[in-house]
Design a protein around this ligand. Structure first.
Ligand code: ZN
Ligand code: ZN
Length: 630
């Protein structure tokens, strides 16, 4: 026997003893090992879970077991030192099971792509960023059997829209409506299947929800009142916020308006360097302004939990970790602007709700519209966000904390999907410089909407900027369209020539058939992973659809011809049709119209489902592709 003083490492496990002083806590930890924890002395709390977190008391003698991938944090809440021991070990079988089936809850899912600012037409950059990816995600969740809803819109107030309205000689409402109509036209063109499209027509509901939200923040003791200096134009343009001011970022020195697209960090009004009025282009002065603020710092644990839950994707975990290295800022509730929701606080009525804070009431309004048009009650929902990385601070930092302060239990954010810029011929898209391309132009030039969706999915700027070029897009799409048409032609000829136009029973299987069947099972499995919230990756989905089409092409060409035994050809024919059916099922979230048409010709008319095993096309039905054009 040996009395243990230090850390222990054996072949099967490790062990150690540690202590936390009063008020001290561990950082969140989340690992593949099993961990057993023991409380020797002192009291505290453990916060733990996979996705949703719970908290429990710790007292001397307690013994707790953390399964793999349960995030956990221990805090000393007592007056004495909290002394604990732990033992950890690896159990590969449990790890594999947890990785395969990460969650068993099936709460409804709500998808929220950032509302596009209604101050210009929707161009290909918007579509290739949040719009198409959010739609693919929504449809993919439905194919996995989830109740999934998509909330879109243009609701809200931003000074950028006011500036466009003044330039175009229209009212704010008219400007917002004109561009919202353009967004809707684009959504219809690209088959975006949204459940709600919230616009300023919902203003009364929006104002009521915004007031309710602000009152709840106030009642919860989450607001402070503070006077800070604010850029001010002494030449008649008053207090300068958002699109009315420019200057240098205090963090990275980049030329910015009020938000920094370069480093993505929050710029408090009083810290903007060398502010200039955007109306008269003269240096701004500073004036004190008394406002209400929400301090984010007391709620950093909300972000730490999300970080540990794996909800941040791509470059976002590093971004959030970088933000968390410093004290979180106070976010002002109001700015001075001619348009917006007036703050419901005494002495603040002249100020309008700041757009960063407005994100929550915008979402709650769309959610309320959804609840009144669907079966969705007031139960818990999982929320997936799609946004450009220039909105990372708003979406990853401000939105989750403010939503949590309003309702800590109902909304579970399960995915933060960001995108970088989508360029045109290697340069940033810019409406003002005319370097821009619209979906309707491309469709008019002969690219069908479904294939455009596949192409922007294939070139999605998930972690780095990518570029669109018309020539490349045409070639890429043309090759795939021809391949699909050829595959369908080969299968159809086989059905026609050997089976008088009806689908045969699968006959005699050779090695080639078994290998193809196995390949299809693997592709289906891979599709389920890429469609899931944990594995969602549009570029890989596009690649999978492409790969499956090549597999199918190769198999059909190699195996669909007369053989010494007619049963062998029958098996090849039936398997080719299974492959085509799987292709259309996996392709449906990306290319809904085309795949729905293919599935209909294979006799399947319901929403494609990826939860069932591979489906045969029923023997005896006709496979008629007369008049078909992919
Ligand atoms: Zn910056
Ligand atoms: Zn000015």
């Amino acid at each position: 026997m040996k009395k243990l003083r230090d850390n222990v490492a054996t072949r099967h496990f490790n062990a150690s003893k540690f202590s936390l002083e009063r008020g001290e806590s561990t950082t969140f930890d989340c690992h593949a090992d099993h961990e057993m924890l023991f409380v020797f002395s002192g009291v505290g709390e453990v916060t733990y879970g996979d996705g949703t977190l719970s908290t429990e008391q710790l007292t001397p003698g307690d013994m707790i077991l953390m399964p793999p991938f349960a995030a956990h944090l221990i805090e000393n809440t007592g007056a004495q030192t909290l002394v604990m021991g732990n033992v950890w070990w690896e159990d590969r079988q449990t790890i594999d099971e947890r990785v395969k089936a990460p969650k068993c809850e099936r709460r409804p899912r709500v998808v929220l792509p950032s509302f596009t600012t209604p101050n210009g037409r929707m161009h290909l950059g918007h579509l290739a960023g949040p719009v198409v990816a959010a739609d693919i995600f929504t449809r993919a969740q439905r194919a996995l059997g989830f109740d999934c809803y998509q909330l879109c819109g243009s609701l809200g107030f931003q000074t950028h829209v006011g500036i466009t309205a003044a330039r175009e000689g229209r009212s704010y409402r008219e400007t917002s409506r004109t561009y919202s109509d353009d967004f809707l036209a684009n959504y219809r063109l690209l088959k975006i299947d949204f459940d709600v499209f919230a616009t300023l027509d919902e203003l009364p509901r929006f104002e009521e929800i915004a007031r309710e939200f602000l009152t709840a923040l106030d009642a919860g003791g989450h607001l402070i009142e503070k006077t800070t200096r604010v850029p001010y134009c002494e030449h008649g343009h008053g207090y300068l916020f958002e699109a009315n001011v420019r200057g240098l970022c205090p963090h990275c020195g980049e030329k910015i308006s009020s938000e920094c697209e370069n480093c993505g960090l929050f710029v408090p009004d009083e810290e903007l360097v060398d502010p200039v009025c955007n109306h008269c282009h003269r240096a701004a002065a500073w004036r004190p302004l008394k406002r209400m603020f929400v301090p984010l710092e007391p709620h950093r644990v909300v972000l730490e939990r999300l970080l540990m839950s794996g909800a941040y994707v791509g470059k976002m975990p590093d971004f959030v970790a970088k933000v968390l290295q410093q004290k979180l800022p106070n976010i002002p509730l109001g700015i001075s602007s001619s348009e917006g929701v007036a703050l419901p606080f005494r002495g603040q009525e002249d100020l309008k709700l700041y757009s960063a804070v407005e994100l929550v009431p915008r979402f709650l309004t769309a959610q309320d519209m959804l609840a009144s048009s669907t079966e969705l009650g007031s139960g818990e929902v999982e929320l997936a966000l799609f946004f450009g990385s220039d909105n990372a601070y708003l979406r990853c930092i401000i939105f989750p904390i403010l939503l949590h302060l309003f309702d800590a239990s109902r909304f579970h954010i399960v995915g933060f999907f960001a995108n970088e810029f989508y360029q045109l011929d290697g340069y940033k898209l810019s409406t003002s410089r005319g370097h821009v391309i619209y979906a309707d132009d491309l469709i008019r030039q002969g690219i069908p909407a479904d294939w455009l969706r596949l192409y922007v999915c294939h070139t999605r700027p998930a972690v780095a900027a990518t570029s669109f070029s018309l020539g490349e897009a045409f070639d890429w799409i043309e090759r795939r369209r021809r391949r699909l048409a050829s595959v369908i032609q080969i299968i159809s000829n086989a059905v026609e020539t050997h089976h008088r136009g009806t689908v045969p029973e699968p006959g005699t299987w050779e090695r080639l058939h078994r290998a193809f069947y196995q390949q299809l099972c693997e592709r289906r499995h891979e599709g389920r992973r890429l469609f899931s919230v944990e594995g969602f990756e549009p570029r890989q989905i596009a690649e999978l659809i492409d790969r499956l089409l090549r597999d199918l092409d190769r198999f059909a060409v190699e195996s669909l011809h007369s053989r010494y035994h007619p049963g062998i050809e029958r098996a090849a024919c039936a398997l080719s049709l299974v492959g085509l059916r799987l292709w259309a099922t996996l392709g449906w979230p990306v290319m809904p119209e085309l795949c729905t048409a293919v599935l209909a010709r294979l006799g399947s008319r319901e929403t494609p489902c990826l939860n069932r095993a591979l489906q045969w096309v029923p023997a005896g039905r006709s496979f008629d592709i007369g008049g078909w054009a992919a």
